[in-house]
Each structure stands twice: as structure tokens, then as C-alpha cells.
Design a protein. Structure first.
Length: 168
């Protein structure tokens, strides 16, 4: 016997148009989908990580129009018409970004789970403050939690990336 007495209501889909890592896209996406689920499950970009699922760890950070945003608490349709950048867009022409290189060189990653979110948050910071102080780096990364590194290496990596200047 069937419980609940009926068919599930189909979820309405809307066309989502945005620019993702420099490329225009449009996808039919249910209007209740979170940005992180759109990125990971619709587009297949799994570099953006789900940590706390509640806006508290920063693992899911992406850039929306150059500003770090938590994709686990952002509806996908809020990104319509905007420029979205994820960790997959950081390297260009097979060359790691200055932040990716610095995180590697300064051991800013250990387990690496927080790293995509850290790098996107740091990228947003360097775009608005090209030569940040240590206090500004701490503040810029204050929404991002790392359980491995103790933050010292991450801060050194961001300083090194800033010193590298505006190189790709
Ligand atoms: S997964 Fe988004 S803030 Fe933790
Ligand atoms: S490197 Fe493991 S959580 Fe940051």
C-alpha cells in the first residue's frame, strides 16, 4: 500500500546563466539548488569542498565577481549573471597560480581539504589588497578553518604570493 497518497511534486527548473571560470554557461537548475551542489553535481567541478555545510568553515569558498563567498549558503540562482571562479579556474595554460605555487612551496597544505577554499579566499584578498599585512591576511582568511597547519604556513604562503606580484 502506498503511503502519503500521491506523486512527488516535480521541482521547477530555471535556466541559470553565468560565467564560470571565464566561460559562459547556461544550465537548467532547480530553483532550490545551492551553489556548491550546482558546481559539484551539475557542472562536475569537485574542487570546491563541503566541510560544515553551514557557513562556518570556509571550505566551500568561491569568488563571485572577485569577492569570496560561501557556496554552501548561497543559492545557485543568486549567481545568475555573475562571474564565478572556483579552484579549477586558478591555473592558467597548465601553470599553477601564484597562490597555488606558494601554498605548495611554503607547505600551506597538509591534508588539503581546506586548501581550495583558502586559496579562493586569499585570491579575493590579494585582488583588493595586493600587499596585505599579516593582520589583513588573518582577517581575510578568518572565515576559513584549517585543522592541520596552524595557519603560520598559510600566512607565509599568502605573503609570498603577494610578493610575487600580479603574475598569473
Ligand atoms: S562548507 Fe561552506 S562554510 Fe563550511
Ligand atoms: S590542510 Fe588540512 S584542513 Fe587545512
Amino acid at each position: 500500500m502506498k503511503c502519503g497518497g500521491g506523486e512527488a511534486t516535480p521541482v521547477a527548473k530555471m535556466m541559470l546563466r553565468l560565467t564560470l571560470n571565464g566561460r559562459a554557461r547556461e544550465d537548467a537548475v532547480a530553483d532550490n539548488v545551492l551553489l556548491i551542489d550546482y558546481l559539484r553535481e551539475v557542472v562536475g567541478l569537485t574542487g570546491t569542498k563541503m566541510g560544515c555545510d553551514g557557513g562556518e568553515c570556509g571550505a566551500c569558498t568561491v569568488l563571485i565577481d572577485d569577492e569570496p563567498r560561501l557556496s554552501c549558503i548561497t543559492m545557485a540562482h543568486r549567481a545568475a549573471g555573475h562571474r564565478i571562479e572556483t579552484i579549477e579556474g586558478a591555473a592558467r595554460d597548465g601553470r599553477l597560480s601564484r597562490l597555488q605555487r606558494a601554498f605548495h612551496e611554503y607547505l600551506g597544505s597538509q591534508c588539503g581539504y581546506c586548501t581550495p577554499g583558502m586559496i579562493m579566499a586569499a585570491e579575493g584578498l590579494l585582488r583588493r589588497a595586493p600587499a596585505p599585512s599579516t593582520a589583513e591576511i588573518r582577517d581575510g582568511l578568518s572565515a576559513n578553518i584549517c585543522r592541520c597547519t596552524g595557519y603560520t604556513k598559510i600566512i607565509e604562503a599568502v605573503h609570498a604570493a603577494a610578493a610575487a606580484g600580479d603574475t598569473p
